[in-house]
Ligand binder design. Structure first.
Ligand code: 5AD
Ligand code: SF4
Length: 478
């Protein structure tokens, strides 16, 4: 019998990317092989995000395109999963007759059984039940994602769901209440990843700094301190943090833990107290600025990135000016900004005073224009400095090159502790030329700054630290 194949398309946040990794591990354990394109697959997953309207539109457009494949192969199973599926199960079935399975974010643990059922009875299934048993959640959580080529950096989910109910946000509805994973399991997963060659982990959760609070298992900073002792692990990142829960303890961790990267993503959403209160964020502009000061006191070069929403219902021109003034005060390293979109079931969807689309567009443009200069200033400030870079692999430019033996040579890419992308070459004739490889830590002299990346040269590296990775990735090292 021919080996069964599956394809996953992931739209959305890191949480979704990570869920896809685990769905993939689960399917591989069931004997399926993953392929990088939908053509020729026996099973296609679309794993989706519902956080903003745009992502939802992409879902229906992708599912629409699959109709032709289903026509050619009626045995093909098409599954929509993730947040949109959780929220829009009925609408997906109504609008797309060729979708066989709608799987909510709580149902992944039951996937093998469900697929078997579809094979057997060829019936359409909707499983968006949030009453998943603790056992099923645990099984899915502890799905090992380590594989033969795990890469340099991996996500590790430490908690699911959110209890905050910000007025605009669909997450508490589609991901359910906060649940933290057992610290022993997290440590063991990271140890496995490190043994497989991973050098950096990003701890994932909707609100990581309330990790363990409800269960009373461990605080987030205690968890970080334990992870910091894992031998072979070089870097720890985490996302996302809520400003109201950013404790002094966690701030202090940035000064105390040597593996914790000097970067925090701290979504602020608005610079106006009036809007923050209507958003139900439960902090003020002054509190946010106080947290930024505390972080910079402990770690002066910490990189701070954020999210803003523009055009929240009732946002006036004055409110928007407050957002711009907040940006001027904090000077974020970079940011994401989104036009507010109504999400079904949220409190904000019922608020009057919707801001016209044209004004949202105008405001988001102004915001990006303002930030462009600040980001460039931050990047330029690094020119002339030495930065520790964790090498991801060959730069895009080198990957496209057919011949890397010319004077241009090989260009590598990686990230600084502050999460900035650096493309670099090793100084011509350097004795260290052959100690750059994915997973290596390299000291790079920054020569140039662009809008979203830095360019540098590596005069020296720390040789001989990761011989095993070097061997594994020998294909990349010409
Ligand atoms: N409209 C626009 N942006 C939103 N976000 C969350 N919900 C909405 C919404 N309804 C943004 C927030 C959040 C990021 C992940 O997505 O800025 O931090
Ligand atoms: Fe959504 Fe607010 Fe929870 Fe973040 S903290 S996931 S914005 S409800």
């Amino acid at each position: 019998m021919r080996e069964k194949r599956f394809y996953i398309n992931t739209i959305g946040c890191q949480m979704n990317v990570h869920d896809s990794e685990r769905i993939s591990a689960l399917m591989q354990r069931c004997g399926y092989r993953q392929i990088p394109f939908p053509e020729g697959a026996d099973l296609i997953f679309l794993n989706t995000c519902a956080i903003r309207e745009k992502a939802e539109q992409k879902v229906f457009s992708f599912l629409g395109r699959l109709a032709a494949l289903k026509k050619r192969n009626p045995d093909l199973i098409i599954a929509a999963c993730g947040c949109v599926a959780q929220q829009e199960a009925d609408r997906i079935f109504e609008r797309t007759a060729h979708v066989d399975l709608v799987l909510g974010t709580h149902s992944y643990g039951r996937l093998p059984k469900i697929i078997e059922e579809i094979h057997r009875n060829r019936r359409r299934i909707v499983d968006v039940d949030v009453g998943e048993s603790i056992e099923e959640i645990r099984t899915f959580f502890s799905q090992k994602t380590a594989d033969k080529a795990p890469g340099v950096s991996r996500f590790v989910t430490i908690m699911q769901g959110c209890d905050n109910f910000c007025a605009y946000c669909v997450v508490p509805f589609v991901r359910g209440r906060e649940r933290s994973r057992d610290p022993e399991e997290i440590i063991s997963e990271i140890q496995d990843l490190v043994a497989a060659g991973v050098r950096e982990v990003t701890l994932l959760g909707q609100n990581v700094n309330s990790y363990g609070k409800k269960e009373g298992i461990s605080s987030f900073s205690e968890l970080l301190a334990r992870i910091n002792t894992i031998e072979g692990l070089e870097r720890i990142r985490f996302t996302t943090s809520h400003p109201k829960d950013l404790s002094d303890d966690l701030v202090a961790a940035f000064g105390r833990l040597d593996k914790l990267c000097r970067h925090i993503h701290l979504p602020v959403q608005s610079g106006s107290d009036r809007v923050l209160s209507r958003m139900h964020r439960r902090y003020t502009r002054a509190h946010y600025i106080d947290r930024v000061k505390a972080l910079r006191l402990v770690c002066p070069d910490i990189s701070i990135t954020t999210d803003f929403i523009v055009g929240f219902p009732g946002e006036s021109e004055d409110d928007f000016q407050e957002t711009l003034s907040m940006m001027a005060v904090v000077e974020f390293d970079s940011l994401f900004a989104f036009k507010y979109s109504d999400r079904k079931g949220t409190r904000a969807a019922g608020l009057m005073e919707k801001v016209p689309e044209s004004i949202k567009t105008e405001r988001v443009k102004t915001l990006f224009k303002f930030q462009r200069d600040v980001t460039l200033k931050k990047y330029r400030a690094l020119v002339g400095t030495f930065q520790e870079v964790l090498v991801d692999g060959l730069s895009k430019k080198t990957q496209k090159q057919t011949d890397s033996s010319g004077p241009e040579g090989i260009q590598w890419t990686g990230r600084t502790l502050g999460n900035k992308i650096v493309n670099f070459r090793v100084k011509g004739g350097s004795p260290f030329q052959d100690v750059v490889y994915p997973g290596a830590l390299v000291r790079v002299h920054i020569k140039q700054a662009f809008a979203n990346s830095l360019v540098g040269e590596a005069p020296e590296c720390r040789p001989g630290r990761f011989e095993e990775i070097r061997r594994k990735h020998s294909c990349c090292i010409k």
